[in-house]
Design a protein around this ligand. Structure first.
Ligand code: SF4
Ligand code: SF4
Ligand code: FES
Length: 329
């Protein structure tokens, strides 16, 4: 690929003071290899359109403020190379830049992250220490390397909101806790200096909390720091069940699955899942939905699927029980 070439940056712009609707502007620029998306945007701002608005600070992948969508995927503008994006462009030579999704646009590429900050506050996503404020600094509270290891990856989160922007549940359900808040909840709850583990876990179990996540793994795919976010979500669910937070539909659903796998030869009893998850009244309320699904041919199989290697499944369950002796039966 050539070292220098002309490219088009198609940027989604919106100035609420003058625009009725967002619109795309095309900027043609000649750039050289080695330049980042953020530098390209700033080049356009400096030489073509000073009104173009973008947010950034550290320019080194640390502060998390420059996340935008590049060719449809949320990522950091300051660490993304223009040359890496050229093969990903839908239209040859045209790189599309848009603001993060699932947030209100303030102007051009800058979004209002206040709802995300409010969720962090609602979920108390900070350490509430054992040491009183007036005694702070007097005594060291050492965290051992093995204690830190569990939360090591989660501490890499820079709150860039790329995962928030890509989460399909944040799109349809604005009250959903969001991947990054679940990650922060996990990180704070596993910090030995923290004192409100139970309270934070209880909040995370409310409607719109950890049990609503659909396991689509999109947040894991896009995380700019490669953090295994699903491990944190699973960790929170596991801890919730251990501590008897089993009153939500999501928790009962997970327990019903576990029960089926443990009791049968790897067979899910889908017919009775709604009853065991929602109770009799809830299950009855699902009948119209079940009928409409049935009319579309979406019915549970007459003969439920059975795992071929039943002994292997039994071995896995025994190993799981051995590894998790305190797990809720
Ligand atoms: S796995 Fe859960 S939190 Fe992550 S993007 Fe999907 S629904 Fe959102
Ligand atoms: S989890 Fe990853 S993608 Fe999400 S805010 Fe943190 S660093 Fe960004
Ligand atoms: S400007 Fe700080 S992460 Fe990009």
């Amino acid at each position: 690929m050539e070292q220098r070439r002309e490219l088009t940056f198609k940027i989604r712009c919106f100035n609420p003071e003058v625009d009725q609707e967002p619109h795309y502007k095309n900027y043609n620029v000649e750039l050289e290899q080695g330049i980042t998306i953020l530098r390209a945007i700033n080049y356009i701002k400096d030489h073509i359109d000073p009104s173009l608005t973008v947010r950034f600070f550290c320019q080194a992948g640390i502060c998390g403020s420059c996340a935008v969508k590049v060719n449809g995927v949320s990522k950091l503008a300051c660490t993304t190379q223009v040359w890496d994006e050229i093969p990903l462009a839908e239209v040859e030579g045209t790189i599309v830049i848009e603001p993060l999704a699932n947030f209100k646009v303030i102007r051009d590429l800058v979004v209002d992250i206040d709802p995300m900050i409010q969720k962090l506050k609602n979920h108390k996503a900070w350490v509430v220490p054992t040491t009183a404020d007036e005694k702070m600094g007097e005594k060291e509270v050492a965290v051992q390397p093995e204690e830190f290891e569990r939360i090591n990856a989660a501490t890499d989160c820079i709150l860039c909101a790329s995962c928030y922007s890509e989460c399909s549940l944040c799109e349809v359900s604005p009250n959903f806790i969001s991947p990054l808040v679940m990650l922060k909840t996990f990180r704070m709850n596993d910090d030995k200096r923290d004192t409100i583990n139970d309270e934070r876990l209880e909040i995370a179990n409310h409607d719109g909390g950890i049990w609503d996540c659909t396991h689509c793994y999109r947040c894991v795919e896009v995380c700019v720091k490669n953090i295994p976010i699903m491990d944190a979500i699973s960790g929170l669910r596991h801890e919730s069940l251990q501590k008897n937070h089993d009153y939500t539909d999501g928790a009962r659903h997970a327990l019903a699955f576990k029960q089926d796998i443990e009791q049968g030869p790897g067979r899910l009893r889908e017919i009775t899942l709604p009853l065991r998850t929602l109770g009799p009244v809830g299950a009855i309320s699902q009948i119209p939905f079940a009928v409409s699904m049935g009319l579309k041919g979406r019915v549970p199989p007459m003969f439920p699927h059975t795992a071929k290697d039943h002994d292997g499944l039994k071995r896995s369950i025994l190993k799981y029980r051995k590894d998790h002796p305190k797990d809720k039966e």
